[in-house]
Design a protein around this ligand. Structure first.
Ligand code: SF4
Length: 361
């Protein structure tokens, strides 16, 4: 298998930015980016991130807000926070060198067994097999396995199989080749078997039953939420924004304050309640500015952004990690999740500014 895969990969691999110049730092960054992001989207972020933070030392020395700002739009912001924390650990405890053992890698924030195997094999030639969704699909079809790696026993089975198939020479390249085959040839639908270097050994291909392996995952029903956000503008035209608590979804990112609508609550009442709970201020909720629909992995939401003005109280950090009154032009300095970034973009060209409350409809 390795003998057939290696020459195919040498010729057919995609030209991706993280394949051009390999250093442990670059490999680590690429693996963290690719944890929950497709290659095409990750490529642009990878290049911009490296331009801004070319070394682990520069990443470690940067303020966290800047790291989150560079990550903005990618989602799963815990990755950026952990990357930053790991860079600081690498500089403080490993003299700026990425650890070259699986145990050393696993001890860093944000690195689980899969990422440790990927970095270890690619950067240091460690004999550790990588099993991602692409590899599972290729192995399931080669060996006619219907089970998905949903139980500990099945995960072990795929891991052992991949480990048995790992060649001693260039294990990282082999891992990468197998993932590449799954991403570009052995695709979930309509795999391109006639051009596959492994077809002679493939059980599913021999049976002409590629769609049966592995069995399809049932899509779970995704819940939906209606969420309110307040655009509180002060007399100087500054907007009130809040920073999400570390442990929350989008932890560390900034947002227009608000939250989830409760059953039977109007959107204006929801926004009033949320600002009282989060920042301790009483507001008057005005007309709608815009709606933003956004899908997370586990739920969808419609965000209703309403104009608002402060009636009583000064903001306090009751249920948030921070708050700031920010001139509209400076909002871009604050990392925001996708939905809030859409609102920010729609606010940018608005004239006159600040908007006249009575003139809003
Ligand atoms: S022959 Fe087809 S099903 Fe088998 S590994 Fe290759 S692409 Fe996948």
């Amino acid at each position: 298998m390795a003998r057939r895969l290696a020459p195919w990969f040498a010729v057919r691999q995609r030209d991706l930015p993280w394949r051009r110049e390999r250093t442990p730092y670059r490999i680590w960054l690429a693996e963290i980016l690719l944890q929950q992001t497709r290659s095409a989207q990750a490529a642009g972020y990878y290049e911009r991130f490296l331009e801004r933070f070319p070394t682990v030392q520069e990443l470690a020395g940067a303020p966290r807000q800047e790291v989150l700002r560079a990550w903005e739009g990618l989602g799963y912001y815990a990755r950026a926070r952990q990357l930053h924390a790991a860079a600081r650990l690498i500089v403080a405890r490993h003299a700026g060198e990425i650890p070259a053992t699986l145990a050393g890698l696993r001890a860093l924030p944000g690195i689980g067994p899969y990422t440790a195997a990927a970095i270890g094999s690619l950067a240091f030639g460690l004999p550790a097999a990588v099993v991602d969704g692409n590899v599972v699909r290729v192995l399931a079809r080669l060996f006619c396995l219907t089970a998905l790696p949903e139980t500990a026993a099945d995960r072990r089975r795929y891991q052992d199989l991949a480990q048995d198939l790992l060649p001693r020479r260039e294990p990282g390249r082999h891992n990468e080749a197998l993932m590449e085959l799954g991403a570009t040839v052995c695709t979930p639908r309509n795999p391109r078997c006639p051009v596959c270097p492994l077809r002679a050994a493939c059980g599913a291909y021999a049976r002409q039953a590629t769609a049966d392996f592995p069995r399809r995952r049932r899509r779970p029903v995704v819940p939906h939420m209606e969420v309110g956000a307040a655009l509180v503008v002060d007399s100087r035209g500054r907007l009130l924004i809040a920073q999400r608590a570390e442990q929350d979804l989008l932890g560390g990112m900034w947002e227009f304050p608000g939250g989830k609508q409760e059953p039977g609550e109007t959107m204006a009442a929801c926004i009033r309640r949320e600002l009282l709970e989060e920042l301790g201020i009483e507001i008057e909720a005005g007309p709608v500015f815009c709606h933003v629909d956004h899908a997370f992995t586990h739920f969808t939401m419609r965000l209703h952004a309403h104009w608002a003005r402060r009636v009583r109280g000064r903001p306090r950090m009751l249920d948030c990690a921070g708050f700031a009154w920010v001139p509209r032009k400076r909002l871009v300095d604050y990392p925001m999740g996708k939905a809030d970034a859409v609102i920010r973009a729609q606010l940018a060209p608005l004239t006159p500014w600040p908007p006249a409350w009575e003139g809003l409809s």
